[in-house]
Ligand binder design. Structure first.
Ligand code: 8YV
Length: 314
């Protein structure tokens, strides 16, 4: 007999189809009458699938009294009430590792696009500017310092890449690690030392608005902010303000506080590179994430074990 699971996010067909083959899937995300759906199936639901951007309220979990596992399609689980799940004995899994390289590539892409002005130069070439004058000179990346906020798996992959480009790495995080890069206990000091401040830490209440007006002031007018983590880590109005006033040099952003909304002011700034949260958005990686998301459910229901239990529940 198939088990019942609930889907609370827009999952891609290459995950949805295999899920439907193995489970009775209830599409909460698409449902036009969510209350009715819950009234009819809530007690049967044993698993929940969401993505990294979904916020799961405890009120929904209260309805799902027989829920055993939340399988997140994504590495970030800031939308999951982890402590609540721990107390209820609900397993929470995510999809780490398989997306590390892609997300790190995007960070490097944003460093190149902001530092070397690729976006502006692309517009210049397309608009025929080159026929009128030579291109602007931009900033050499080799020798510059990248300050990484959050030296986890993705942070380390970014570090490896920028070291290969001849850049220096310094970092901050919860504690110093056994790595060759200098640790700064204080984020403001890290920002002051960095030419590029790269946000690579998890989202959630602990890191909310960590990059605030003071950190941006410390980054200074020669500094660039790169964010491939979560919009919530950066005080977005403070960032807009710092860019407007020229207090920082540039920004490369893949994530925003209220996705898919981007602050309008950023749209017209030519020192800002904006991406629509594409860190893990390659065919290969999203497939691997989908496979892992389902494998976690399968392992739980077959053997009562999960493959990637998140840290806070371990
Ligand atoms: C995705 C992400 O946007 O992994 C994460 O935490 O933010 C991204 O990879 C999303 O979760 C894909 O569904």
């Amino acid at each position: 007999m198939q088990l019942d699971i609930i889907i609370t996010a827009p999952v891609p067909s290459f995950l949805y189809e295999p899920l439907k083959a193995s489970y009775r899937c209830h599409d909460y995300f698409q449902s036009s009458n969510k209350l009715e759906l819950l009234a009819s199936v809530s007690k049967k639901i044993r698993g929940l699938v969401q993505d990294g951007g979904t916020t799961t309220p405890t009120s929904l979990l209260d309805e799902l009294s027989n829920l055993e596992i939340i399988s997140v399609l994504g590495v970030g689980y800031d939308g999951v009430p982890v402590e609540f799940c721990r107390q209820r004995g609900i397993k929470v899994t995510n999809t780490p590792d398989v997306l590390t390289d892609d997300v790190a590539d995007v960070a490097v892409g944003l460093i190149m696009m902001t530092g070397r002005g690729f976006l502006r130069l692309n517009r210049f070439a397309l608009a025929g500017g080159w026929q009128k004058r030579g291109p602007e000179l931009t900033t050499k990346l080799g020798g510059k310092t990248v300050g990484i906020l959050g030296l986890g798996r993705i942070g380390k992959a970014i570090a490896q890449r920028v070291v290969a480009m001849g850049m220096q790495v310094v970092y901050t995080g919860r504690k110093p690690q056994d790595v060759a890069y200098e640790f700064f206990p204080d984020l403001k000091e890290l920002a002051a030392a960095a030419d590029f401040l790269v946000v690579a830490c998890p989202g959630g209440p602990v890191t909310k608005n960590l990059v605030d007006a003071e950190v941006l002031a410390a980054l200074g007018k020669h500094g660039t902010l790169i964010n491939i983590a979560r919009g919530s880590v950066v005080d977005e109005p403070a960032l807009v303000n710092a860019l407007r006033k020229g207090e920082i040099k540039a920004a490369g952003l893949d994530v925003f506080a209220s996705e898919p909304n981007i602050p309008t002011e950023l749209l017209t700034m030519d020192n800002v590179v904006l991406l629509p949260h594409v860190g893990s958005a390659t065919v290969e990686t999203r497939q691997a994430m989908g496979d892992l998301c389902k494998a976690n459910l399968d392992a739980w229901f077959a053997r009562k074990e999960v493959l990637t239990l998140i840290r806070e529940l371990a």
